[in-house]
Design a protein around this ligand. Sequence first.
Ligand code: NAP
Length: 482
Amino acid sequence: MSVQNYKNYINGEWVGGGKTFENRNPANTDEIVGLFSKGTAQDVADAAAAAGAAFPAWAAMPAPARGNLLYKAADIMDRKFEQLGAEMTREEGKTLPEAKGEVRRAINILRYFGGEGSRLPGMLVPSERDRVHMFAIRKPLGVVGLVTPWNFPSAIPAWKLAPALICGNTVVLKPASAAPLSSWRIVEALHEAGVPKGVVNFVAGSGGELGQALVDAKPLKAVSFTGSCEIGNWLHGEASKRRLRIQLEMGGKNPTIVLADADFGSAVENVVNASFFSTGQKCTATSRAIVEDAIYDKFVAALVERTKKLKVGDGMQPGIDIGPAIDEAQLATVLDYIEIGKKEAGAPKVGGNRLIGDGFSKGYFVEPTIFSDVTENMRIAQEEIFGPVLAVMRAKDFNDALRIANNIPFGLSASIQSTNLSRVFDFVYGMEAGLLTVNLPSAGVEYQLPFGGSKDSSFGPKEQGPAAMEFYSDYKTVYLKY
Ligand code: NAP
């Protein structure tokens, strides 16, 4: 089967011809999902210049008309729904149902922000003065750079592109090299929908090589980044030199607190789901289960039994719960942390190995792994692993659990499993994280409310929901005497 070549998209043209890089299936590394044009610093500069030139006309277009283009792009993606889901599984490894769920979410995000085109609320307040009308109108920023990770290769690009565009900005998108196809499909849909040339630009290639060119690009006014703390912190430093507006969504070490009064069976399911589905590669995945002493032993035993039933394999196959790690480097990181965990906490209660042999030899498969009796200062309790490795910790009571949960530099998501309303509200007010769930898995958020973390996990305004507009627009305030 011939392998398709996916070009970059600059100023309304598909441009390539230079070097390419491979997008391989992490479940079967013999399969090349696509060849992508390897963007250069010049491509980034050209893309930013094209976005700069396209900005005035795009910003001047009535916002509902911009919204119609997002609706059209959503419809185009909807018609290819099955194909897009399968492509995502092949490039990222998550199971087909998870991939389809993500494509659905990306389509919904385009529609949601398409609708914002008819609202884009400004502010109107009464003046203290007679016959003075005072209001603030919302205006776009200009050219925005979008840098995205591989773990949600469609939803994250969608939740940056859609609010950026509806507010009237033009963009340069740099997708993750490990999974660029899903976001390429969104750009293709926007192109087919008739978004004017230069408004959306796509440059794939190594972030290490393109990142500096992006923050140096003269027309750039802002950067929205999702990915690791290391790269986000570096970008922050570079962007600050030019006083670019910046939004960072980064790593986490998310806890689920399980209290003795929880619905036991649901709590087990929620922790297993949040820890291991999508191979533990969700930024909101649970990586610490903090369990009240009274049910600790019973809960660990139930977690282990449930985890043993999970099926690991190629996410295209029916019945598979967990796909592979995204690539060799991520697999190596996970296996390294498993070794660290063995030294710190002893043998895992379940898992702990790379899967090899029939059905596994061509992919990056690892067993879902549980360490128990993990204590607060262990590295597996403090550092992001980003794989199917769960640290279970013992807490004396709720207050102890909350203290342990907060004793980390991160603050992305957190969950509590409890039927005690007072404890739940103590958690809601006391937990230092941006996304909380109650009696649900810590992962699995929707797009209609603000998304983002606190502490070292995030910087800048939140993404998604109406809050997304705050990053991608500014206010112009008017005092008018009539
Ligand atoms: P990553 O290595 O930081 O990469 C993220 C993006 O940054 C990729 O497009 C990458 O390009 C690019 N990049 C790399 N070096 C760069 C540089 N010097 N300048 C500019 N861009 C650069 O993260 P990842 O491995 O893709 O994703 C996993 C991480 O993302 C985890 O830490 C996870 O917690 C975090 N995450 C957070 C959220 C959230 O909402 N908080 C959501 C999802 C993921 P290349 O692919 O070419 O290297």
